[in-house]
Design a protein around this ligand. Structure first.
Ligand SMILES: CC(C)=CCC/C(C)=C/CC/C(C)=C/COP(=O)(O)OP(=O)(O)O
Ligand SMILES: [Mg+2]
Ligand SMILES: [Mg+2]
Ligand SMILES: [Mg+2]
Length: 557
């Protein structure tokens, strides 16, 4: 009998597939449908030309000195809700500077709740801290509660509800207003009809301030047709603007979908979530302005790399492979290819090539630093993901402070916000980049919202899969509270982080709103994706609805 080749059997044993934490994520709902779009540039230019006339007419209205200030603020509110502020920013700020300077609380004595709330929202959205005292007169002096009689004023209640989302720390009247109006609006919504019913339903589902600007603009156009019709030029400009943006965004989605397919990630790493339209929607949420087209494409690619990385660490690699891959990402050198497992080499090569290409392109503009900042943040998150994997591998449950220190990094909002800067052009000055690198409070708040909202919605799924580190379990362990109390506490932290973001967007700002908007909008996208469920792993509700609204239907107006 031939000697048993023990080496062979040992060899067989060691090459047997290791046990992998596969997640069997639901497949993409979109397939290749966004690849077939073809952009007709003459159609795009046609919309741009047609926008000129209504744009000039609207500009004249905005600067019209004869218009009553409440009417002017109401017009600016509709302009803002339709996503058109960026076309008139100087004119709008000049008007608001003037009206804000004349502010006097007595002027609001006779102003109704709805008008007061429109004024409040316009000023706060544009960065002016109109005092929340303007709402004091709607409270009963003796009981201190909101007067019951305002609860029949549905439009006023809706305006107060939307206003309360813009509160900062210490504005307790707006904390009360948020819950008071939400309760009242929920109690009447089923008896409402027409546009008002749609308006209340939409705000209760997601207030404008927490929504995705591009989608909110489309919903405003549908649900507030009367307000949009007050000026013909506003209606016309909004329609043409939506048509222009739709073509440009469908082309961007085609470009990133084609890139993803050409890179063959679904074949080389088939265990990952196939979510290209969802990640493009996420990045579109950061900035929809036409001038940020290239920025969206770059940021989408880098965020897709993050999905590959996160799912590799969470749903496929062994701890040994994770250690080798993290070391390779720290080394950031093609020579590290041989140390990492076969299946992840294509990803590693594409990652390094893509960043090298970006660095070369941006060096021409003298802005390679923004690429370096993004790359370093990418290396940082790989180390953060390794830390989580080590905890899971050893069964260690981190203390809450320890978890959060790592969790702000694994929120991915540092690397995504820095990646969003890469294609934004000259607005990203040295000072702007230094501000981001200083890890400002507004960015930390957005990271906290991302980390904790995601944990609140995914911790059961992740706990079942043996992941020991989530914000919920760390909080329970550290403070010895029940799961429900832990979740309630995390939600309070999220609410306070929103107040910090609101504060950070008020003048005088540390950097221009162009640089704050991606951070604010990243927080908004967490509400879009995780308010009701884990809308990214299971994207069949909100994300599917938003992708259909923006990229499948046509702008039927
Ligand atoms: C954490 C978070 C919401 C990040 C949002 C930014 C973003 C799109 C990151 C890319 C990786 C990703 C989709 C994580 C969310 O899923 P997950 O629940 O698997 O993330 P986790 O493994 O960090 O919990
Ligand atoms: Mg994950
Ligand atoms: Mg993860
Ligand atoms: Mg999660």
């Amino acid at each position: 009998m031939a000697a048993v080749d023990t080496n062979a059997t040992i060899q067989e044993k060691t090459t047997a597939e290791p046990v992998r934490p596969l997640a069997n994520f639901p497949p993409s709902v979109w397939g290749d449908r966004f690849l077939s779009f073809t952009l007709d540039n003459s159609e795009l230019e046609g919309y741009a030309k047609a926008m000129e006339a209504p744009k000039e007419e609207l500009r004249r209205l905005i600067v019209d000195q004869t218009m009553d200030s409440n009417k002017k603020l109401s017009l600016i509110y509709s302009v803002h809700r339709l996503g058109l502020t960026y076309l008139f920013l100087q004119e709008i700020e000049a008007q608001l500077d003037k009206i804000f300077k004349e502010f006097n609380l007595q002027n609001y004595d006779e102003v109704d709740l709805y008008t007061t709330s429109i004024n409040f929202q316009v000023f706060r959205h544009l960065g002016y801290k109109l005092p929340c005292d303007v709402f004091n007169k709607f409270k009963d002096n003796t009981s201190g509660a909101f007067k019951e009689d305002i609860s029949t004023d549905v439009k006023g209640m809706l305006g107060l509800y939307e206003s309360s989302q813009l509160r900062t720390r210490g504005e307790s009247i707006l904390d009360e207003a948020s819950s008071f109006t939400e309760t009242k609006l929920k109690s009447v919504v089923n008896n409402l009809e027409g546009n008002l019913a749609q308006q209340v339903l939409q705000s209760l589902r997601r207030p404008f301030h927490q929504g995705m600007p591009m989608v909110e603009a489309r919903l405003y156009f549908s649900n507030y047709s009367e307000e949009c019709a007050t000026h013909e030029c506003l209606l016309k400009l909004a329609k043409l603007h939506f048509s222009y943006l739709e073509l440009q965004q469908k082309e961007e989605l085609r470009i990133v979908s084609k890139w993803w397919k050409d890179m063959r990630f679904q074949e080389t790493t088939p265990y990952i979530r196939d979510r290209v339209p969802e990640i493009y929607l996420w990045i579109l949420g950061l900035y929809f302005e036409p001038r940020y087209s290239l920025a969206r494409i770059i940021a989408t690619k880098i965020t897709l790399f993050l999905v590959v990385l996160d799912d590799t660490y969470d749903a496929y690699a062994t701890i040994e492979e994770i250690r080798l891959l993290t070391d390779a990402i720290n080394r950031w050198d093609m020579s590290a290819m041989e140390q990492i497992p076969e299946y992840i080499r294509p990803f590693y090569k594409i990652l390094l090539d893509e960043y090298a290409e970006l660095e070369k392109q941006l060096a021409i503009e003298g802005r390679a630093k923004s690429v370096i900042a993004s790359k370093e943040a990418f290396q940082d998150i790989a180390r953060g993901y390794l830390e989580e994997a080590e905890w899971t591998n050893s069964g260690y449950v981190a203390s809450f402070p320890e978890y959060m220190k790592n969790g702000l990094i694994t929120s991915a909002y540092n690397v995504i916000s820095k990646s969003a800067l890469v294609g934004m052009g000259d607005i990203v000055s040295e000072n702007a980049l230094a501000w981001y690198e200083s890890h400002p409070k507004t960015l930390q708040a957005s990271e906290l919202i991302s980390r904790l909202q995601d944990d609140v919605m995914t911790y059961q799924f992740e706990r079942e899969r043996g992941q020991s580190a989530t914000g919920v379990d760390a909080y329970i362990k550290t403070y010895g509270v029940s799961e429900k109390e832990a979740i309630d506490e995390l939600k309070i932290m999220i609410e306070n982080a929103w107040k910090d973001i609101n504060e950070g967007c008020l003048k005088p700002r540390e950097v221009s709103m162009d640089l704050l908007a991606p951070i604010l909008n990243l927080a908004r996208m967490i509400d879009v994706v995780y308010r009701y469920d884990d809308g990214f792993t299971f994207p069949g509700k909100t994300m599917k609805e938003y992708i259909t609204l923006l990229f499948v239907g046509s702008v039927s107006m």
